[in-house]
Design a binder for this molecule. Sequence first.
Ligand code: ATP
Length: 428
Amino acid sequence: MIIGIDDTDSSEGMCTTYLGALLLDELQACGTVEALPFLVRLNPTIPYKTRGNAAVALKLKTCFPEKVIAHVLSRIEELARMECEKTNPGAVFILEKDYETLKPVLRDFLEEAVKDVIEIQKAKSLISKFGISSKGFKNGRGLIGALAACGAMLNPEEWDPTFEHLAYRQKGKWGTPREIEKESFFEADRETYPETWDTVDLINRLVVCVPHSADPVLFGIRGVNPEIVTKAARMIRAEPVDRFAVYRTNQGTDMHLLPAANVAEVRDMHSYRLEGTVSAVPKTICGGHVFFPIKDESGGQIDCAAFEPTKNFRELVRKLIPGDRVILSGSVTTMTLNIEKIEIKKLVPLYIEENPLCPECKKHMKSVGQGQGFRCKKCGIQASSKIRYEVERNIETGLYEVPPCARRHLAKPLVREKRPNIRVYPSR
Ligand code: ATP
């Protein structure tokens, strides 16, 4: 059977992936684990999420489905942070006899949960239409993520999956500062990059795979296969690990991006790949956030942002000028596209205008008055107009991304980019 679980944590603690890892061990008493567990990341703009909008699915061969269901539900009741208003757990159980029927149905449901916004009623209707065993706690919103996770487990090779080794802390340490030896993360990265990524942020000198919240995760290493993430995890020196799990995931796949033909198609709470022309000089506002608008062919315009947490990426964005042609990837909230990646397709020449130089003394002439030309104060030589010359742009066409410390879970890192004939600038 496939077990999907979601929405068990709050910002004060717990993590659905931890519950998945725990159940993976405990359910071995009722059967055999048949595949790596699946960790899916869903629509990153959903306001109900606690952190990364994750849900998990486990696959088990069992002769005791009733026993499994009872155990999973009792663990959710015991461990989920029910006191939090935003925690609304859901669990679904798909029996083997239903795999073939539900494979395409839940595949589509997963796509929708990653790219779109789903009403709880839609999940409940699907559950009743196909007679799926399930349990929703409180308002049952977790049923959405639980079904979506089952959709991933039924279609495990789609979307070019990645892997994550998640190590969990001993219970007594939850909520306390994590004891880690930072240098060991840099060593693990040196040994396994580019087959692993987002362990550290070299440019900003940060360890990025260790969370700072009160949840049970000690660290998570992401990479191309289970062996490499485990190899890197073994190199980490830190406080004792209580348990770990290697998850198959849709992280780092760009699965959330919808192609948008123009700005008119763009809606809040969705993520896009959108082409346009920079239509004003980027502006840095208080807090260090950088904004600039792009325009499409029909004149539609949208603001795009490189927020302060994107650090050095903002230096690149500030070099854009009106007329540059770009393709942006990112999520849209309050009609602003939060940039994850930028493909600079075409750069326009940049000209600077200056007062003309005096041919005698080589000093800049002064304006005589509006529309009256220029004159050298010393030599008296006159000129009618300013001089214009092209300056170097100090920026290249190609693909750029935000640094690892600002990466969205679903965003595909450029080390995974396989497109030929394009210059790629991974953020390290
Ligand atoms: P957890 O570790 O508990 O999974 P989280 O940060 O991943 O924490 P959740 O607590 O799961 O976030 O909250 C997200 C909620 O939003 C879940 O109830 C999930 O079912 C729901 N959800 C996810 N994707 C969508 C979507 N596309 N449309 C509507 N609801 C969604």
